[in-house]
Write a protein that binds this ligand. Structure first.
Ligand SMILES: N[C@@H](CCC(=O)N[C@@H](CS)C(=O)NCC(=O)O)C(=O)O
Length: 247
């Protein structure tokens, strides 16, 4: 259908990238996965004409689709299967938007506020592991500078981490409450993009074994401590079930 394969540009560590990647995989779209280095991602985005700098973005035949939600929508149309991820259910879009906008930002800030500030050597391997050796070397040399930029852009620090922890806790309660009626899927009776969004955004915390990257994720000590309190939450169990069933 497409003369060239679409290329999905990602950071391996990014939960938004995992969301787009999962939808493409589940919809059996043929694409090439390209890991990019922080910094390089901005340059490639500019060259492709993407409106923003953030990954994920997907390029095909001279156009670029940026943002996990737009990539999921594109993938549904491009899928060679008759699978759909968008049910006729208004709550689907609301759930996806809320998880992207709130937990998407604060799960990341909660994790990085400790990991990148106090234990940066645990973060670097995930950023560099899938890169070609020369880029790995460059990122290694520039890591101090990259770390500073990330700390400033994401507004990381001890109090910010605490603030994000409180917000994540509330968002987990929201998902726990949705699951209280025993439903298997968050919006309607079938697996949908709301499930992909919530499960991938919460995956850095629940660390399902089927995740393509997070089995390598090393949680820093304070986060590990907090996760031990959250372990029994229905949302954590559900994320692992959804991954086991659909990833
Ligand atoms: N709402 C966007 C968020 C994407 C996002 O925040 N990406 C981060 C990585 S997790 C990023 O690329 N940050 C660097 C930048 O914005 O230049 C989506 O759903 O794709």
């Amino acid at each position: 259908m497409h003369p060239t394969k679409p290329v999905l540009y990602i950071f391996a560590i990014s939960h938004f990238c995992e969301k787009a990647r999962w939808a493409l995989d589940w919809l059996e779209v043929d694409y090439e996965l390209r890991h990019v280095a922080p910094g390089e991602h901005r340059e490639i985005a500019r060259r492709l004409g993407a409106p923003h700098t953030s990954v994920p973005y997907l390029s095909l035949d001279g156009q670029v689709i940026q943002g996990s939600a737009d990539i999921v929508s594109w993938a549904e149309k491009a899928s060679p299967t008759n699978r759909s991820l968008t049910p006729n259910d208004d709550t689907c879009e609301e759930i996806e938007k809320r998880i992207d906008d709130i937990a998407g930002v604060h799960v990341r800030r909660f994790y990085y506020s400790e990991a990148l500030v106090d234990h940066p050597s645990t973060v670097r391997p995930i950023f560099t592991r899938d890169l070609p050796w020369l880029k790995k070397l460059t990122i290694g040399l520039a890591w101090g500078k990259i770390r500073k930029i990330m700390i400033s852009r994401m507004d990381l620090g001890a109090s910010q981490g605490e603030e994000s922890k409180g917000i994540v806790d509330k968002e987990l309660t929201w998902i726990d409450d949705l699951l209280e009626d025993g439903r298997s899927y968050l919006a309607g009776d079938e697996f949908s993009r709301a499930d992909i969004a919530v499960a991938s955004i919460l995956a850095p915390l629940a660390v399902p074994p089927e995740h393509p990257v997070y089995y390598r994720l090393q949680h820093p000590p304070r986060l590990t401590q907090e996760l031990s309190h959250w372990e029994g939450r229905p949302s954590f169990r559900w994320v692992r079930e959804i991954y086991a069933k659909h990833r």
